[in-house]
Design a protein around this ligand. Structure first.
Ligand code: UDP
Ligand code: MG
Length: 328
């Protein structure tokens, strides 16, 4: 039994936000599930629902499919970006449109089950600002992806200054003030999982098992995931720079010791030409460490360069309706 909850203005509207890139096959399967979930939310709590689809520059029939969905459902709004900007930016573009009520972020492929939305809403009404789904199982994904995802969450959990819960994707319900806070973060390297954590506020996790994709194929290849991981770590931690520093200190100490050994040995025994191999080893080692450290610094400098260009995060190609929430 749920206690009757007073629905205030910030809890009177719920928007489901879906970023879609080449999802023409998956969207017709997904939409009815979202509609059913929103109907349940409406029946339970009297909260109005709507859906915002962001077409992230798809090259298949996604935009047409979305227009068909919208034609038969007035609660659907559409946003189309000028090209493929990537999921993190597509989500941001959607969030920028929404200034009223809560938002559920959902993958287009049905891997984040819309049927969980009512239980997210229950937590939201308890006062939580960030209700996130935590995967307890990942069906239909190869072990390499599971293992690397696992390793990534452990590493970033150690390194990052903001809390990034393990096995938690973008599937979540954000309150109005959490969305407002997120849209103020305009950095170009957007690692959303970290940004969600940065916002703080009250968070709670809802466990669920991740089902296989309903249709189509994953849009992230291994290279893409690697880049996302590097973005995530460099956006939320300067630990790699510190590790470079410590490696440098360690290597210099080692070199000093080596130097002492060489000098003492030369004084005691004289030094006929010898030591070429050890010298090469030392030179190569130091050279390698230096290049590595430079590379790490380069990662950060490159990101500063990207930020300093101050380009807009994305460009909108088309929008229906023209303005979702009237901005003031
Ligand atoms: N996506 C996007 N832009 C992209 C890549 C992906 O909007 O450039 C969307 C995609 O349509 C899906 C979600 O992000 O709704 C997650 O993508 P995917 O299922 O391919 O990732 P995975 O579940 O394999 O991590
Ligand atoms: Mg997926």
């Amino acid at each position: 039994m749920t206690a009757p909850v007073a629905i205030d203005d910030a809890h009177s509207l719920l928007t489901v936000l879906v970023a879609a890139y080449n999802e023409a096959d998956a969207l017709p399967l997904l939409h009815p599930e979202i509609v059913a979930a929103l109907a349940e939310v409406h029946a339970l709590y009297g909260i109005a629902g709507r859906v915002l689809y962001v077409d992230d520059g798809s090259r298949d029939g996604t935009w047409n499919v979305l227009q068909e969905i919208q034609a038969s459902d007035p609660s659907v709004a559409l946003l189309r970006l000028s090209r493929n900007f990537g999921k993190e930016i597509a989500m941001t573009a959607g969030l920028d449109q929404i200034t009223r009520g809560g938002v559920v972020i959902l993958d287009a492929d049905g891997q984040d089950p819309p049927s969980l939305i009512p239980s997210f809403v229950a937590k939201w009404l308890e006062g939580y600002d960030d209700v996130f789904g935590t995967r307890v199982e990942r069906d239909g994904e190869i072990w390499l992806k599971k293992a690397s995802a696992n390793a990534f969450y452990r590493i970033i959990g150690r390194l990052a200054d903001t809390p990034i819960p393990a096995d938690t994707g973008d599937f979540r319900l954000l309150s109005e003030r959490a969305v407002g806070a997120l849209t103020q973060l305009r950095e170009r390297n957007r690692f959303m999982k970290g940004l969600f954590g940065w916002v703080g506020y009250q968070r709670v996790s809802v466990p669920y098992s991740r089902v296989p994709r309903s249709a189509g194929s994953s849009k992230f290849n291994f290279g893409g995931l690697w880049n996302l991981a590097v973005d995530g770590i460099t956006s939320f931690s300067i630990a790699p720079l510190r590790i470079a520093t410590y490696t440098g200190i360690f290597a210099s100490l080692f070199a000093f010791l080596g130097m002492a050994v060489v000098i003492i040995r030369a004084l005691l025994h004289g030094d006929p030409v010898a030591g070429w191999p050890s010298m090469m080893v030392v030179i190569l080692f130091i050279g390698g460490v230096q290049l590595l450290a430079l590379g790490v610094i380069g990662e950060y400098v490159g990101r500063m360069y990207n930020e300093s260009k101050q380009r807009p995060l994305y460009l909108v190609e088309q929008q229906q309706p023209a303005a979702l929430d009237a901005k003031n």
